[in-house]
Every structure is written in C-alpha cells, then in structure tokens.
Design a protein around this ligand. Structure first.
Ligand code: 4GY
Length: 255
C-alpha cells in the first residue's frame, strides 16, 4: 500500500521508518511512504503556503491553492483507478480507533494532509478532504504526529511485522479490550517491589488456564478503566459466555 504525505516538515518522518518492529514494513515498501514538501508548491516569489485569516485574529491559515497543486501532483503520480482518500488530521475528526486502523491496514493507502498554524482554508477541506481523523481531545501544533501515529498503527498490523507469538496480543484489542498485564523474570522481585511474585497460573504450563486468566484480566481491567469498551465489545458480539461470567465475578467482587 502507498501513503503520500503532504507536510511542511518532511524531515520529521524519516527517523520513524528506520527503527523498531515497524521498520521492516517501511523498508520493504510493504508500506510505501512518499513525502511531499508543501513548500515546493507554494506561491511565488517566496513559496508562500500560508496567509492571514479573513475576519482577522491571530495565526495563519494554510492556503488552498498550494494544497491544490500538491494534491494534483500526487494524484498524477499515483495514476489511480480508484482515487485514494485524502485524510486530514484535526481534533474535529472522527476518533482514530483500532477499527479505523484495521480499515487502513487492509486498504491500498491514502493521502495524509498534515495541517499547521490555525489549520486549512475551509473550502479546501469541504471540496477535497474525504475524511478527518482525530487522535484525541487535545491540540497539537501540526498533523505530522497524528499521521505518524496512523502509519505506526497500520504498520504493526502488516503480515510479518509482529511475530506469530504476538497474534494473541492483537486478539485482545481487535476484540476491543485493553491488554492483560505481563510478567517476566525473576519470579520474585526484591523488597523494593514488595517481594512481589508472579501470578501462579502463568508458571503452571497449563496453556488453556493461562489463556483464560489473560482474557479474564483483560476483561476486568477494561470494565474498570473503560466500561464503554465492554459495552461496545458486547454489542459487536465479541464476548462469550465465559467472558460474561468473568465480568459478573469482577462486578460482584466489588460489592
Ligand atoms: N488532536 N487529532 C490533531 C491535532 C493539529 C488544527 C492545525 C488531533 O488529530 N489532529 O491537534 N492536529 C492541527 C489542529 C490546526 C494543527
């Protein structure tokens, strides 16, 4: 799949493509990311990409015309049958959830617009942007970090990026639940950590019991911290009889 990114700061991206488990997906071009410097499409004589807002007020607005030229160049370069969606990142967008990530992970790519300043001329958004996504209820200085977040979340879902050993882990969030806790060596930590041990079941070698324990811990953590995720998982038919039993135990044990 191919992602084209429109940004004033293309240099922010490169470091994220050469480290960690997602590196393989980017280096192999399984995810082919092409960076387009908006400055290259700015108005002469100084490559202007922003101007003051009509009506006054602080800050600057990204101009529609440089964005139009960048988009035309990308669409020509992609030579698409079906046009890739143009995505803008904004707190006003649809919440970026794992289901949205999964959609992009199974698609053929997108064009990602990284806004700066006070945002983009509304006429460009209304005529050209297909989808607005929000990574959370806070205001950043630009859309580059949200674009990187989408790319990272999509990359880790590509075949071969996470080992088979981690497909279990994905089950938890693809069912819409928070992950269970994890433990490693040693079995007992020193007094600084209260001499804390590891839950016995994880040392038992009983894989059915371990799977059940992990699922129960994921369910109890989720009902405690994010009850709305349980409601959604239930509505999506993701909860089994044993899951519901675990949830009943976790709510009754709090009484
Ligand atoms: N939060 N989720 C976000 C953001 C920065 C509009 C230009 C967010 O997705 N994007 O804060 N983006 C934008 C906000 C003006 C900078």
């Amino acid at each position: 799949m191919r992602f084209d990114v429109i940004t004033l700061f293309p240099e922010l991206f490169a470091p994220h493509f050469v480290h960690g488990v997602t590196r393989r997906a980017f280096e192999s071009k399984q995810i082919d990311v092409r960076l387009w410097a908006l400055r290259d499409f700015g108005d002469p004589p100084h490559s202007r990409v922003d101007d003051r807002p009509y009506g006054g007020g602080p800050g600057m607005v990204l101009l529609a015309q440089p964005l139009e030229r960048a988009l035309a160049a990308i669409r020509a370069d992609r030579a698409e049958d079906a046009p890739a969606p143009l995505v803008n990142f904004s707190p006003a967008g649809e919440s970026l959830r794992q289901s949205v990530v999964a959609e992009f992970a199974s698609g053929s790519g997108a064009i990602l617009l990284c806004a700066r300043y006070e945002g983009v001329d509304q006429r460009f958004i209304e005529h050209r942007v297909d989808r607005e996504l929000s990574i959370g209820d806070y205001v950043l200085s630009g859309g580059e970090l949200p674009a990187l977040i989408l790319l990272d979340a999509v990359a880790r879902l590509q075949p071969g990026v996470l080992g088979d050993s981690r497909s279990h882990e994905q089950d938890s969030f693809s069912a819409g639940l928070l992950d269970c806790p994890h433990y490693s060596r040693p079995t007992t930590l020193d007094a600084d950590h209260g001499g804390a041990s590891v839950p016995e079941v994880l040392l038992s070698g009983n894989h059915a019991a371990i799977d059940r324990w992990r699922r129960d811990r994921a369910l109890t953590l989720t009902i405690t911290r994010r009850p709305e995720l349980i409601a959604r998982a239930r509505a999506d038919g993701q909860l089994t009889g044993p899951d519901e039993a675990a949830l009943l135990r976790s709510t009754s044990s709090k009484l």
